[in-house]
Design a protein around this ligand. Structure first.
Ligand code: FAD
Ligand code: DLZ
Ligand code: SF4
Length: 507
C-alpha cells in the first residue's frame, strides 16, 4: 500500500508539491483526461489539444524519470468522465492508504476534492501550490485590514521579498515602475519576429485527431497547431522571447497592429499556467538579460511586473473573494454577449480582428483583451457571467483563477473597485491611437454621433451617463462628468439615442 498522487492538467511541473517525498516503488501518480474538465465550459479546440498533449508528454517524462504513472486517456473504455470517478477507480486498482494532491487552481475543483476524504474513507492531503511566489496565506495577510487593494503596492513588496531588480534595497533605475515609457503607438515598418513554433509529434497528432473527433462543435481552429507541449519546448519558447522580443516588449506593450497577433509579447502564459514553466525562471531570465545589457529596463521591469505583480495579485484576489466573486455585478449589467464574439461578423474592425485572431490562435494579447474585447463588453453592459464564460473558453491560457479577476475585476469593474481603482472604459480614441484598426473600419473614428460614428465614442459617454450614481464619486472618473455636463442637451440626447440604437442592433 502506497500513496496515490493526483496531478491535475495545470500541474505539469516536476517540482509540483504533490510529488515531494514520492517513493516510486510504492506510490502511483494518477493523471486523467476527463470529459467534465473538457466540457464544463466548451473550451477552444486548441486549448483542449494543448493541454491533453502537454499532459501526455509530461506523463511520459515522469515515467522516464522513474515514476509509476497511471494515465487515463479520454477515450479509455472505462473512463468515468470525472476526477472523482477516476480517483475512485484508481483506488480500486492500487489500494492506496493515502491521497496527495496539490491545491487545485480553481474553486470548483477544490470543492470537489474536499469531498473525496469522506467519499473514499481515505486521508486526502491537499498541499500548497508553491509554484506561485505568494502563498494564499501571505496574500491574505497582506490584504487584511486594507480597504482597497492596489497591485502596485503588492508588487513593490514582492520585488523586495524576492530581491528582484533591487540595488541595496532600492529599485534598480530609481523607480519601481516604468509604465509611462511603455505606451508607444505602433509605427510603420516594425520588424516583429515570428512566434515560437513547435512541430507536432506523434503524441500531438493523436491528440489532434481525438479533439477533431470529439470536440468538433467547440469554438476555434484546431490547426495549425504549434504550441510547445514539453518542458524543453517551453524553455525554448522562453529563450526565444528573451533573445528576440523582450527588448521591445515594453515600448510596444500596448500597441495593436492588424494581422500581427503576437507583437512583442512573450506568449508564455500558456506554459506558466499549466506548469511547463515556473515564474521564477522567467523572471530571472529577463533580469539577467537586463544585467547583460540585452534589454532595456522599461521592458524588463514591465515584463517582471506582469508576472511578479499582476499574475500573483489576481490569484490572491481570486482566492480571497471566491465563491462570491463569480456573482459580482456592480453595474447590474444584464445584456447578452453579442453573437459577433463567436462569429466575428461585425462592422467594427477592431473587434472583428480580435475575434478572428482569438478563433485562430486561442490567443489575443493583453491590450486586445482589455481595451477592445473587454472595453466593449463593459460599455455595452454585458452580463459578467457571460463575459467570464467567453474569456474562459477562448484562450489557451485561461483558468478561472486568472481569467475571472481580469474579467470581473479589471475589465468589468463588477467587484466595484476591489481589484482596480477605476473601470478601464474608453472611447475609440484610445484604439485609434494605439492601433491601425480604424484605417480599415466601416465606422469613422473622428465622428462622435450618427450612423457612421465609431460606436465606442457614444457608448463610452452613454456608459458614464447610465452609471453616474455609481461612478461620480470615483476620483479617477468623476472629472469626466464635468466634461459630460458641459455638453448641450442635444448632444446628450444624440449619445443616448445612438447607444440605444446600436445596442438594439446587436440582438
Ligand atoms: P505577456 O504580455 O507577454 O505578459 C507576460 C506574462 O505576464 C503573461 O504570460 C502572464 O503570465 C502575466 N500577465 C500579464 N498580464 C497579466 C494579468 N493581467 N493577469 C495575470 N497575469 C498577467 N491571463 C491569463 O494567463 N489567463 C487568462 O485567462 C487571462 N484572461 C484575461 C482576460 C482579460 C479580460 C484580460 C484583460 C487579461 C487576461 N489575462 C489572462 C492577462 C493577460 O492578458 C494575459 O496573461 C496575456 O495576454 C498572455 O499573453 P502573454 O503570455 O503573451 O503575456
Ligand atoms: C482545462 C482542462 C481540460 C480541458 N481538461 C483536463 C483534463 O482532462 N484533465 C485534467 O486534469 N485537467 C484538465 N484541464 C485543466 C483543469 O481544468 C484544471 O486542472 C482545473 O481547472 C484546476 O485548475
Ligand atoms: Fe474600432 Fe471605432 Fe476604430 Fe472602428 S473606428 S476600428 S469601431 S475604434
Amino acid at each position: 500500500m502506497g500513496t496515490l498522487r493526483v496531478i491535475l492538467g495545470d500541474q505539469l511541473s516536476e517540482t509540483v508539491s504533490c510529488l515531494a517525498g514520492c517513493d516510486p516503488s510504492r506510490d502511483v501518480i494518477l493523471m486523467c483526461e476527463v470529459w467534465d474538465e473538457a466540457t464544463y465550459v466548451a473550451h477552444h479546440k486548441k486549448k483542449i489539444a494543448f493541454l491533453f498533449s502537454a499532459m501526455r508528454h509530461f506523463a511520459a517524462d515522469l515515467r522516464k524519470a522513474g515514476y509509476r504513472v497511471d494515465y487515463i486517456k479520454l477515450d479509455d473504455a472505462e473512463n468515468s468522465g470525472s476526477f472523482k470517478g477516476e480517483v475512485k477507480r484508481a483506488i480500486a486498482r492500487h489500494n492506496p492508504d493515502h491521497i496527495i494532491l496539490t491545491h487545485p487552481g480553481e474553486y470548483r475543483v477544490l470543492q470537489d476534492v474536499k469531498s473525496w476524504q469522506e467519499a473514499f474513507g481515505l486521508p486526502v492531503d491537499i498541499r500548497e501550490d508553491d509554484r506561485f511566489l505568494c502563498s494564499l496565506d501571505d496574500f491574505r495577510d497582506w490584504a487584511k485590514d486594507r480597504k482597497q487593494l492596489r497591485m502596485e503596492y503588492f508588487y513593490r513588496e514582492m520585488r523586495k521579498k524576492h530581491g528582484i531588480l533591487l540595488e541595496n534595497g532600492n529599485p534598480v533605475g530609481g523607480q519601481w515602475n516604468f509604465d509611462a515609457e511603455n505606451r508607444k503607438p505602433p509605427r510603420e515598418g516594425l520588424d516583429i519576429p515570428a512566434p515560437h513554433h513547435s512541430r507536432p509529434d506523434d503524441i500531438t497528432l493523436d491528440v489532434l485527431e481525438l479533439v477533431e473527433k470529439r470536440f468538433s462543435h467547440h469554438f476555434g481552429d484546431l490547426r495549425p497547431f504549434h504550441f510547445a507541449v514539453t518542458r524543453q519546448q517551453a524553455l525554448n519558447a522562453l529563450d526565444q522571447f528573451i533573445t528576440l522580443r523582450l527588448s521591445q516588449f515594453g515600448d510596444y506593450q500596448d500597441a495593436m497592429i492588424q494581422d500581427q497577433p503576437w507583437m512583442f509579447h512573450s506568449h508564455l502564459a500558456f506554459y506558466l499556467n499549466c506548469g511547463l514553466l515556473g515564474p521564477l525562471e522567467c523572471l530571472s531570465a529577463a533580469e539577467n538579460a537586463y544585467y547583460r545589457g540585452d534589454a532595456p529596463l522599461n521592458a524588463v521591469e514591465g515584463f517582471i511586473r506582469q508576472i511578479l505583480g499582476w499574475r500573483e495579485y489576481v490569484r490572491g484576489v481570486y482566492w480571497l473573494k471566491m465563491p462570491g466573486y463569480a456573482d459580482e455585478n456592480f453595474f447590474e449589467a444584464t445584456a447578452p454577449l453579442p453573437e459577433f464574439y463567436w462569429s466575428a461578423i461585425t462592422k467594427m474592425n477592431c473587434l472583428r480582428q480580435c475575434v478572428l485572431e482569438t478563433r485562430k490562435n486561442a490567443y489575443a494579447h493583453h491590450i486586445q483583451r482589455l481595451m477592445v474585447l473587454g472595453n466593449f463588453a463593459l460599455l455595452a453592459g454585458v452580463s459578467p457571467v457571460e463575459v467570464n464564460e467567453w474569456f474562459l473558453i477562448v484562450y489557451a491560457d485561461a483558468y478561472e483563477w486568472v481569467e475571472m479577476p481580469n474579467v470581473s475585476g479589471m475589465i468589468l469593474f463588477a467587484d466595484g473597485g476591489f481589484l482596480a481603482s477605476k473601470p478601464y472604459a474608453a472611447g475609440g480614441g484610445y484604439i485609434s491611437k494605439m492601433s491601425n484598426y480604424c484605417e480599415n473600419c466601416s465606422y469613422q473614428i473622428s465622428k462622435n454621433n450618427g450612423p457612421r460614428a465609431c460606436p465606442f465614442n457614444y457608448l463610452y459617454w452613454d456608459f458614464l451617463a447610465r452609471n453616474r450614481a455609481k461612478l461620480a464619486d470615483n476620483p479617477r472618473v468623476g472629472m469626466m462628468y464635468k466634461t459630460y455636463d458641459r455638453m448641450g442637451q442635444d448632444k446628450k440626447q444624440a449619445i443616448t439615442d445612438d447607444a440605444n440604437r446600436f445596442i438594439k442592433s446587436l440582438s
